[in-house]
Design a protein around this ligand. Sequence first.
Ligand code: PRX
Length: 661
Amino acid sequence: MSSIESVLQENRIFNPSPEFVAQANVSGMDAYKALCAEAEADYEGYWGRLARENIVWKQPFTTVLDESKAPFYQWFPDGKLNISWNCLDKNVEAGLGDKTAIIFEADKGEVTKVTYRELLSRVAKFANALKGLGVKKGDRVIIYLPMSIEGVVAMQACARIGAIHSVVFGGFSAAALRDRIEDAGAVLIITADEQCRGGKNIPLKPAVDEALTLGGCGSVRNVVVYQRSGGPANMVAGRDLWWHDLVAGQSETCEPEWVDAEHPLFLLYTSGSTGKPKGVQHSTGGYLLLAILTMKWTFDIKPTDVFWCTADIGWVTGHTYGTYGPLACGGTEIVFEGVPTYPDAGRFWKMIQTHKASVFYTAPTAIRALIKLGEGHPEHHPEKYDLSSLRLLGTVGEPINPEAWMWYHEKVGGGRCPIVDTWWQTETGAHMITPLPGATPTVPGSCTLPFPGIMAAIVDETGHELEWGKGGFLVIKRPWPSMIRTIWGDPERYRKNYYPEELGGKLYLAGDGSVRDPKTGYFTIMGRIDDVLNVSGHRLGTMEIESALVSNPLVAEAAVVGKPHDIKGEAIVAYVVLKRARPVGEEAKQLANDLRNHVAHEIGPIAKPDEIRFGDNLPKTRSGKIMRRLLRTLARGEEITSDVSTLENPAILDQLKEVVK
Ligand code: PRX
């Protein structure tokens, strides 16, 4: 509840400055309202107009939205296009060939710049190499690469030939990688020998080798390895190929595969409340449209901008605002290999200064961490750097607390840059609720109003819209072009998860709780309503972590909950029952450590529990249901005041208060 109260008490309002409004792509509240009104009046007409104006189609569409198979919606179904053509060739043909497309800064600071012409040639060569390996339209390709120009090239090359990419974040373990390879039925994996982060070289290729020995990966024919550091790559003859060998001698032109607008562009695995991560399937045309529109309207992108989204390509933010959006708009973007704290906590600010970044987009967790580090080390404080190139700031991934918002506004934005707090999800493809910086007055902690054409609302458990001021489920009432199309291989799960019968089957259920300000209608996100945690902006299912824990032979049962954390937003607390007696003292410490490493091995270091507590049992009702509510109260260190007499084993609660340090 604290987040609602803090918003209701939050009365600081920041109006866009007249100078910003004057130059903005959407200038003033009336312009925002006019777009919303156009969408209200003629929904298909609105999206059709925008799709014609913003995308270059090989074959124009005649149908805007086909709802006949709802909730499997189709957008622009008879249109044909290629997204890589729209990101590269289009810009070269428009005279931007010599413009810098990507400024790449490596972990240790080396800078490489690539023009649109060079990027197109590199994408074409790599696309030809993929074709040479027999990769065809519709084949799935796993990309397990660090932040790099090659990462963008690999994604664009897949899109160029109509192959469906599925990027797996480099921080995921071999086991997590294997699950994704198997589910996607991938024919090819693109990886690197190592990734360089924070001054360290971290092996990547060995995780691929391990994943391929775990079974279920029979679909994989080849592994392409980009030589990043010269680290051990253990090339397997006949299966593994060096990137540099493959592209050598390839033609610099590659006719794009013209695909239907609905052709799947990518799968991206994300966590839900049940089972294994699900492969969120995105389309080509509708996805591209919202990538472009949000770049233009939310980020107010201009030809002179230097745009920097700090997200890794392993997440949806790195797809829409790293690989596709900025390039489709002919922008110059920064791609950063490293971490914000290396060589010191001034890295982001130094990079903004060096590259004259004008639009900067990052996660609240990074801001909170840098506040702490910056305030403790004045030499790394943003005020020590020249950040005058900045004109717009953004955040994404989790709620931003008003204190962090204010710091970002004052210390990074110099009080002059609007902040766009963008609410969206892997499934939505692009921003759904966000200020438009030249139109929307902002309030710290609120993502404000829906993007024009997005019909967001808050409903109760029966699907009835609630009056402003009442908290409920965040839904989107009408399909939108960049929405998830299905869960790969599991359409029924898609339908049940996102269009539940309980809400009438016609509302997209986001999985977040939200409330609208009673006066302004501004949205504030209260966090997930399901068993999904948001740890440092990373989305993790409690079930996934529980499954990882119980896959350890020592563990009989596990329950995972979140608790608020100053910097990470949420921390992971795991309650564990062993098959043997409850450990105490040194043994407990050792076992907790082993289990944390076990989770890192099963999922990745990002899923390591922050705290482990051992019990002889978990608090259960007489019918055997685990009382998670009580576990959450215990995790927060609060007293349980509710009646626990219905518990089968109330005494267990005292045991579970004990944290293994
Ligand atoms: O809970 C919301 C939170 O992140 C979830 C989506 O996570 P993911 O699919 O990994 O995508 C993250 C990047 C788009 C949402 O359900 N979330 C995202 N943005 C915000 C947010 N919570 C509050 N405010 C936001 N701006």
